[in-house]
Write a protein that binds this ligand. Structure first.
Ligand SMILES: Nc1nc2c(c(=O)[nH]1)N[C@H]1C(S)=C(S)[C@@H](COP(=O)(O)O)O[C@H]1N2
Ligand SMILES: [Mo]
Length: 398
C-alpha cells in the first residue's frame, strides 16, 4: 500500500454504492445506513460496516469480538473532521511540545524511539457512543451497535517521560492534544482536547507509534496516538502533532459542549430532557458482548454450540462472565480465555446444547474485580453514551 496516496480511488458516495437507488441520495445518511446497512473496504482495512465517507466512520462487525485481539484492518474508525491526514513524510513530521514548559521541544519519530523507554500493553479503545443504537428513544449521533470498540497491543513511550523532557513549569493543570486532522470550514472548531495533569503523569498513559506490532493505520492515528487506558477513546487523540501544556483548563467546544454526561448518580435524565449540570465522560464501565451466535441464528436441538465473546472494564480486570441460555432465569459461569492485562479484552466462552425447540434468549453479564456488574437496564442520556446493559441475542432452535 502506497501510504502517501492511500485515499485516492475511494471517492464513493452513499448513493453510488447502493446500486442505482437514486432516491436514497435525498435521504439523510443515517436513515440510509439504518435501512440498508452495508460493508465497505477502505485502504488498510478489510470490509467494515459503513456509516460515512467524509469523515470516515466504520464499525467492526460483531463476529470479530469472539477474539481478544482486534486486527488492525478490522478496527473501527471514527473521525470528527472531514479533513483527515492521508499522506505524511515521516522525515519531516515533528511532535511539538509547548506552552507552560521550561523549553519548547520538537521531537522526530527517531527521537521518540531513542530518547525514551518503550512500553507495550493491551488496551481496549471504545467510543463513548458505542451501543448508542440500543437506547430508546435513540439519541442523536452515529447509531453504533457493539462495534465501535476494539482491543490492541499498543507500543510507545510514556507521556510522562516526554513531558519531563520538556520540563513542566509550576501551575500546570492540563495537557491539550492536537492531531493532524483539520476542520473543513473555518467555523468548525478544531478537534483539540485536554486531560488533567494527574492523569497525564500516570505510568500507563502513552504516546503509541505501534498497534499490534505494526505502525498504526492512517485511519487509526498514524504515526502517533495518545493511549489513555481505561478511559473512553474520545480522549485517545489520533495523529498527535502538538502537545500544549496549560496553566488554565481548556474551554473549547470539544471540552465544554461535547462528551458531557448528566452530573448526577445515574448519569441520566428523562428521555429528551437536558441535564441541569454536566460532567466530562472519563472511565469506561464493565461490559461484555456476545460475538457469536448472532441474532437470528438457527441452532439444532441436541447439538452443542459455542457461545463466545469478550468482556472488559476500566482497569480492575474481568473477574467473571455469567451466561444465561434461558432468558435470564438461570446463569452459568463462562470459561475465560488468557489474561492479557487489566485493560484488555478478556475472551469468554460457554458450550450450549439446546434441549428443546423454539426461541431462546442468550445473555451475558460481566463482573469486574471491584464487584461491579452489568446492569439489566440503564437510564437515558442525551449523548447516548456508556451503554453497558447485559448483552442479549435471540436465536431459534429447530
Ligand atoms: N485527532 C483525532 N483524534 C481522535 C478523534 C478525532 O476526531 N480526531 N476522535 C476520537 C474518538 S471520539 C474516538 S471514538 C476515537 C476513534 O479511534 P479509531 O478511529 O482509531 O477507532 O478516536 C478519538 N481520537
Ligand atoms: Mo468516539
Amino acid at each position: 500500500m502506497d501510504r502517501r496516496s492511500f485515499l485516492k480511488g475511494t471517492a464513493l458516495t452513499v448513493g453510488s454504492l447502493i446500486a442505482g437507488k437514486e432516491i436514497l441520495l435525498k435521504a439523510n445518511a443515517q436513515e440510509v445506513i439504518e435501512k440498508y446497512p452495508f460493508l465497505i473496504k477502505f485502504p488498510e482495512k478489510r470490509e467494515l460496516i459503513f456509516y460515512s465517507e467524509r469523515p470516515p466512520l466504520l464499525e467492526t462487525p460483531r463476529e470479530y469480538f469472539a477474539k481478544a485481539i482486534t486486527p488492525n484492518d478490522a478496527f473501527f474508525v471514527r473521525w470528527h473532521l472531514a479533513d483527515i491526514p492521508t499522506e505524511l513524510d515521516l522525515n519531516k513530521w515533528r511532535l511539538k511540545i509547548n506552552g507552560n514548559t521550561k523549553k519548547p521541544v520538537e521531537l522526530s519519530m527517531d527521537d521518540l524511539k531513542t530518547l525514551f523507554e518503550p512500553v507495550s500493553f493491551f488496551a481496549v479503545s471504545q467510543c463513548s457512543g458505542n451501543g448508542r443504537n440500543f437506547f430508546e428513544p435513540k439519541p442523536k449521533g452515529i447509531h453504533w451497535n457493539h462495534g465501535a470498540m476494539g482491543n490492541a497491543e499498543w507500543t510507545g513511550v510514556r507521556l510522562k517521560d516526554v513531558l519531563e523532557y520538556a520540563g513542566l513549569k509550576a501551575g500546570t493543570v492540563e495537557i491539550a492534544f492536537n492531531g493532524l486532522d483539520k476542520p473543513p470550514y473555518p467555523e468548525t472548531p478544531d478537534f483539540v482536547r485536554s486531560i488533567p495533569i494527574d492523569i497525564c503523569l500516570q505510568e500507563d498513559v502513552i504516546l503509541a507509534y505501534e498497534m499490534n506490532g505494526e505502525s498504526i493505520p492512517y485511519l487509526n492515528g498514524f504515526p502517533l496516538r495518545l493511549i489513555v487506558p481505561g478511559w473512553y477513546a474520545t480522549h485517545w487523540i489520533k495523529s498527535v502533532t502538538e502537545i500544549m501544556v496549560l496553566d488554565k483548563p481548556l474551554k473549547n467546544f470539544w471540552m465544554t459542549k461535547a462528551y458531557q454526561l448528566p452530573d448526577n448518580d445515574c448519569e441520566c435524565v428523562k428521555p429528551g430532557e437536558k441535564p441541569k449540570k454536566t460532567k466530562p465522560i472519563t472511565k469506561m464501565n464493565v461490559k461484555s458482548v456476545i460475538a457469536t451466535p448472532d441474532n437470528g441464528t438457527v441452532l439444532k436441538k441436541g447439538r452443542a454450540v459455542k457461545v463466545a465473546g469478550v468482556a472488559f472494564d476500566y482497569g480492575t480486570g474481568v473477574k467473571e462472565v455469567l451466561v444465561s441460555v434461558d432468558g435470564g432465569r438461570t446463569w452459568h459461569k463462562a470459561n475465560l480465555g488468557p489474561y492479557l492485562g487489566r485493560y484488555s479484552f478478556r475472551e469468554w466462552f460457554f458450550y450450549f446444547k439446546p434441549e428443546k425447540t423454539g426461541e431462546v434468549e442468550i445473555l451475558s453479564r460481566a463482573v469486574n474485580y471491584n464487584g461491579e456488574m452489568q446492569p439489566f437496564k440503564i437510564g437515558w442520556n442525551p449523548g447516548g453514551y456508556k451503554w453497558n446493559v447485559v448483552d442479549k441475542v435471540k436465536v431459534n432452535v429447530v
